[in-house]
Design a protein around this ligand. Sequence first.
Ligand code: NAP
Length: 286
Amino acid sequence: MGPHLTIGHATTNGELAHTSNVPQFGLGTFLMSEPGECKKAVYTALDMGYKHIDTAMAYANEHEVGQAIAEAIENGIITREELFVTTKLRRPHALGFEEAKQRCQESLKNLGLDYVDLYLVHAPPENLEHREPTWKGMEACLLEGWTKAIGVSNYGAHHLDKMRSYATYMPAVNQIEVHPWLQRDALRAATEAVGAKVMAYSPLARGHKVNDKKLVEIAKKVDSTPAQAAIKWCLDAGCITVPKSSNSGRIGENLEALKVDLSSHIEAFQALDEHYISGWDPTSEA
Ligand SMILES: NC(=O)c1ccc[n+]([C@@H]2O[C@H](COP(=O)([O-])OP(=O)(O)OC[C@H]3O[C@@H](n4cnc5c(N)ncnc54)[C@H](OP(=O)(O)O)[C@@H]3O)[C@@H](O)[C@H]2O)c1
């Protein structure tokens, strides 16, 4: 169910290596902190037809994501092959080659999986000297088959550009905050220029913008909820996106965003852009 995009890793000969298909829409799992909350949300989402789950070691919920996946597979709701799981190397763990490999193994153990579909460096390692060896470790995870694809998160254009000097495989994805109020045309173009797809996190600006007056007006015109309109804008912009909800009604509501038609409202969305950062922004760091 839902659209898929092809992702891969640009190599020096200009070709894409280790390609795979990613469901463009998925469930985010940040801030699901009550015991059982994440497991319930992930299971509910899979049961409704979600095919992509985004987690991270930093969210301390990989074990619950794994439990929900195991139950969903056991109950015949989904197969491992249909499912796409993204997780991330924590920034404080992005210390070099061996650490990246060890932490990938730890995430697989937490998730109870033999492989993930996408493994991301959560943010540019704070120590500049750790960036190259950490990426080499990510490449080793790819070649070992522990992940089908590798990528980065919160990388600015200058971080991506620097990777050209040390990467054998460029990132398949850059996961960054993108939504109608933070459209980031230049960073999205820079991401695509290195052969990567943009994964838009916080498509609802962490919920801060679901009552935005102008969005509410557009949503009325397209017969959708405001959240659905914001999510669909991210998809129409060519991004993968992973709205988070722990609420079964809103998990279902967000999935219905796939059906919304925004084609008559492109300019109205352009007018919403106001460089609103709802969370953190390592993309602008050195
Ligand atoms: N790489 C990174 O640094 C990074 C940073 C942030 C996020 N992410 C990833 O991206 C995912 C999404 O981002 P996010 O969690 O920051 O924010 P988000 O998806 O933009 O918004 C989530 C918030 O919106 C609410 N919400 C969800 N659906 C709604 C709806 N239909 N109507 C009204 N409110 C709704 C949620 O509350 P309820 O749960 O109560 O519905 C929650 O408070 C994360 O979960 C995570 O997987 C990655």
